[in-house]
Design a protein. Structure first.
Length: 317
């Protein structure tokens, strides 16, 4: 993407974020719109089209879009641009999104899994820039991951590789939304952190979390856990320690499998864990077959809520 700009579109189950991104990965405009995810394929496409048109209306006179990048929850086929059957986008089943959008705008359109796209943006322009092999994880409501080898997304045989959030680390663990048991997503995502804290408070633990939640343990969030832990609350700190144990063990497996040049952490939970990165790294000692896990840097992602827009644009870089 040596010249011009790209329209980046980030589709979620309830919202669409769209904007204009320049050749250096700078998000120049950023707007949010509702996504119509459960009213049929035409309604979903119309919502995406409205977001694209709004983004184009905000572009500067010197910006000449050279393509449209779209990231979406999977499963999808990045080669054909077909959305297969994402659970949170029931409007689309085997829907040729790239082809539909391309015909409307007469521009190249690429479609990619949202975590893969964000990983590419971090490798091209963000915290992973300058590294050949990047492992990216977004830890928030779920845990998404992307693998970049020599600047290229690793897709696997059919385009569905890289689902590190559904790597099981406990066969007797809680059932994940994907149907498996003991996925790291079911154990260390934001909702999982909140559930562990809620259980401790319901069991009678004395914690600042009780007052923060207005006396209702069901309203405790992972964000509250982070705040309470930073304030010295012992129960919240126990939950954070358990989370670090789980993530540390999971990442030790990632290191033994991939040995990336860098690990990039994104997402709201990752932001909460920034003060504990050294603690996380210490958990690799004795947990890795790899003799040099301490040589792998762990860095915080450049892109926050704009990760999807930047990632979508990176597809056209």
């Amino acid at each position: 993407m040596s010249q011009g700009c790209v329209v980046g579109v980030d589709i979620g189950g309830t919202k669409i974020a769209a904007g204009i991104v320049d050749s250096q990965g700078q998000v120049l405009t950023h707007q949010r719109f509702p996504m119509v995810a459960h009213s049929g394929p035409d309604a979903g496409l119309a919502a995406v089209e409205s977001a694209i048109q709004a983004a184009l209306a905000k572009k500067s006179p010197g910006c000449h879009p050279r393509g449209i990048g779209i990231c979406s929850p999977g499963p999808l086929d990045p080669n054909s641009g077909v959305i297969i059957n994402p659970p949170n986008l029931s409007c689309w089943r085997d829907f040729p999104l790239a082809d539909k959008v391309s015909k409307k705008h007469d521009l190249p359109v690429k479609v990619e899994n949202d975590a893969n796209a964000a990983a590419l943006a971090e490798a091209r322009w963000g915290a992973g820039r300058g590294y050949h092999n990047v492992f990216y994880t977004c830890i928030g409501t779920g845990i998404g991951t992307g693998i970049i080898f020599d600047g290229v997304i690793y897709h696997g045989r059919t385009g569905t590789a890289g689902e590190g959030g559904h790597m099981g680390i406990d066969p007797a663990g809680p059932r994940c939304g994907c149907g498996k048991r003991g996925c790291i997503e079911a154990l260390a995502s934001g909702p999982a952190i909140a559930r562990r804290a809620q259980q401790k408070v319901r069991a009678g633990a004395v914690s600042k979390l009780t007052s923060m939640a207005g006396g209702d343990p069901a309203t405790i969030t992972s964000y509250m856990v982070g705040q309470a832990a930073a304030a010295g609350d012992a129960i919240a700190q126990d939950v954070v320690k358990e989370t670090l144990d789980l993530l540390g063990y999971w990442l030790s497996n990632i290191i033994d499998l991939l040995e990336p040049d860098v690990i990039v952490l994104g997402g709201g939970v990752a932001t909460m864990l920034v003060p504990y990165i050294d603690d996380l790294r210490r958990r690799w000692s004795g947990a890795c077959v790899n003799p040099w896990p301490d040589r792998i840097p762990v860095v915080v992602a450049r892109y926050g809520e704009e990760a999807g827009i930047a990632g979508a644009a990176a597809l056209l870089a």
